[in-house]
Write a protein that binds this ligand. Structure first.
Ligand code: NAD
Ligand code: UDP
Length: 320
């Protein structure tokens, strides 16, 4: 059935792909974004579609819309972006959640929160299962994001228990692909940009820390599956690719796929940088019948091709 669907943060990396997929499925899609970490070019190809609408708005402020489903993705996601204005970051998670939940309550809409593996902080449990409560430094430089997302989960659960709002929570692990902001400072975008330019690749710390990288198409499949699961499974559920790599392995892979000969240089490890991260996706497999299909090398190839196709001067660093 055709739904009226709001995607907050819909012009961003994941949001724009989600909007694209939902428009293709024939839904009436409203993309809401303040363009803090994105630009119109991500969704410009959708503007001519009759079932797509773009609204410039800040999710920390209320808005009245009539919708059936809400995907709440609005929030800067890369460390450099979310640390740029940390108070705004936590406001976006907390007030943004209250605003979309209020809308969902008023409209009887279903609402999905894009949470994060960062709720586990620097995890003592490996791989991370959903029942692990995490190890977050509440006063560190990542807290504006991690704690904001943790509070958002709390608010979602309380609206669900107190007001019977139909919610979904997905905990997204590192996801990459075309349309990542090339200057977001995330490891995949930095390494590809550096390698293609013939620069040294910057390894923070000794490069032995690990991450597990999920390709964006797999992620979009999972969150649409989560929103529409028939059993009313609300999560939280881990969504990510359990193939785990050290940052040094990632650097070597990127250099190889770019066909370059870059050197690696080390830089200080930022504080509170998690030492390892890998999702246990048993719950997603059981409840959603989902598991990722795209191996890292294939996803990186698509991403590298996209980086080759863009003009970097079209992208600017975020402004307040
Ligand atoms: P992104 O920065 O590309 O997208 C976020 C979008 O939200 C941007 O378009 C930005 O302009 C918008 N935005 C930020 N603050 C806003 C505000 N106050 N009002 C309205 N719009 C606002 O990042 P992404 O990687 O696409 O992430 C999307 C969501 O998924 C985020 O909530 C993020 O926390 C979550 N997530 C992403 C990853 C990942 O690896 N990509 C991992 C975990 C969680
Ligand atoms: N990282 C790195 N070089 C870079 C950018 C990041 O070594 O140029 C490291 C970073 O310290 C972290 C990992 O790569 O250990 C992933 O960083 P990213 O910012 O992509 O995501 P997050 O830390 O939020 O998982």
């Amino acid at each position: 059935m055709i739904q009226r669907i709001l995607v907050t943060g819909g012009a961003g990396f994941l949001g724009s792909h989600l909007c694209e997929r939902l428009v293709e499925q024939g839904h009436d899609v409203i993309c809401l974004d303040n363009f803090f970490t994105s630009q119109k070019s991500n969704v410009v190809h959708l503007l001519s579609r009759p079932n797509f609408e773009l609204i410039r708005h800040d999710v920390t402020l209320p808005i009245h819309l009539e919708v059936d489903q809400i995907y709440n993705l609005a929030c800067p996601a890369a460390p450099g972006h979310y640390q740029y204005n940390p108070i705004k970051t936590i406001k976006t998670s907390v007030m943004g959640s209250i605003n979309v939940l209020g809308m969902a309550k008023r409209c009887g809409a279903k609402v999905l929160q894009a949470s994060t593996s960062e709720v586990y902080g620097d995890p003592e449990v490996h791989p991370q299962t959903e029942d692990y409560r995490g190890s977050v430094n509440p006063i560190g430089i990542r807290a504006c994001y991690d704690e904001g997302k943790r509070v958002a989960e709390t608010i979602f659960m309380d609206y669900h228990r107190a007001n019977k709002v139909d919610i979904r929570i997905v905990r997204i692990f590192n996801t990459y692909g075309p349309r990542m902001h090339p200057y977001d400072g995330r490891v995949v975008s930095n390494f590809i940009r550096q390698s293609l330019a013939g620069d040294d690749l910057t390894i923070f710390g000794d490069g032995s820390q690990t991450r597990s990288f999920c390709y964006r198409d797999d992620l979009i499949d999972a969150i649409i599956g989560m929103m529409n699961n028939e059993e009313g499974f609300i999560g939280p559920v881990n969504i990510g690719n359990p193939d785990e790599f050290t940052i040094r392995e990632l650097a070597e892979k990127v250099i190889d796929l770019c066909g370059k000969n870059n050197q690696l240089v080390t830089r200080p490890l930022p504080s509170d940088d998690p030492t390892r991260r890998r999702p246990d996706i048993s719950l997603a497999k059981e409840k959603l019948g989902w598991q990722p299909k795209v191996p890292l090398a294939d996803g990186l190839k698509h991403t590298i091709d996209w980086f080759k196709s863009i003009d970097l001067s079209d992208y600017r660093p975020p402004t307040p």
